[in-house]
Design a protein around this ligand. Structure first.
Ligand code: HEM
Length: 148
């Protein structure tokens, strides 16, 4: 099994990076929708549109992309377990777990916005818009530069 995975390792890594791009694109777009949704008139057409866009983005792109990133990432670790000893991977996984926690925060907020609520503040979602990007930078620098 490991031999087969190592033979297709470059394909797994390529699909991993493709899934990462989709996940990060969604994670940076959804809080932007929350910012505009927060201002929208309750019960209005704009609110209905935002609810639909947020649900489709989360269910259609962000959730499947996250699952693919984790499955492909863990598959590479199974195929290449020596990596588990590398400190850069530990820092990378800490950043990835943090991105996953932010994902959970967004999923909870999407449900509340869909119920017509206005969770947190507009300023909170503006700041949250930057957080996944900063965490992604840490993950990418760790896995490519491997500083330690
Ligand atoms: C979700 C859990 C994740 C796991 C378990 C994981 C694990 C891995 C592993 C084992 C590799 C191959 C390293 C190698 O053999 O060279 C890899 C490559 C990569 N990962 Fe992840 N990863 C995860 C999430 C992420 C995330 C969230 C990002 C970016 C935000 C990311 C970015 C990358 C990149 C850019 C590469 C390619 C590095 C290269 O070409 O050398 N990964 N990942």
């Amino acid at each position: 099994m490991r031999q087969t995975l190592l033979a297709i390792y470059p394909w797994i890594k390529a699909l991993h990076v493709i899934a990462v791009i989709a996940w990060m694109a969604g994670m940076m777009y959804l809080p932007r929708l929350f910012v505009y949704h927060w201002r929208a008139e309750k019960g209005g057409e704009a609110e209905r549109n935002f609810i639909q866009m947020e649900r489709r983005l989360l269910k259609g792109i962000i959730n499947p992309a996250m699952i693919a990133v984790w499955v492909l990432g863990l598959t590479m670790l199974y195929a290449n377990p020596a990596l588990l000893h590398d400190p850069w991977l530990h820092v990378k996984l800490a950043a990835v777990l943090s991105i996953s926690a932010v994902h959970g925060l967004y999923a909870g907020a999407q449900r509340r916005f869909a119920r017509g609520e206005r969770p947190r503040t507009e300023k909170f979602w503006r700041i949250m818009n930057e957080v996944p990007f900063l965490l992604m930078m840490i993950a990418v620098i760790m896995v490519i530069v491997r500083p330690f």
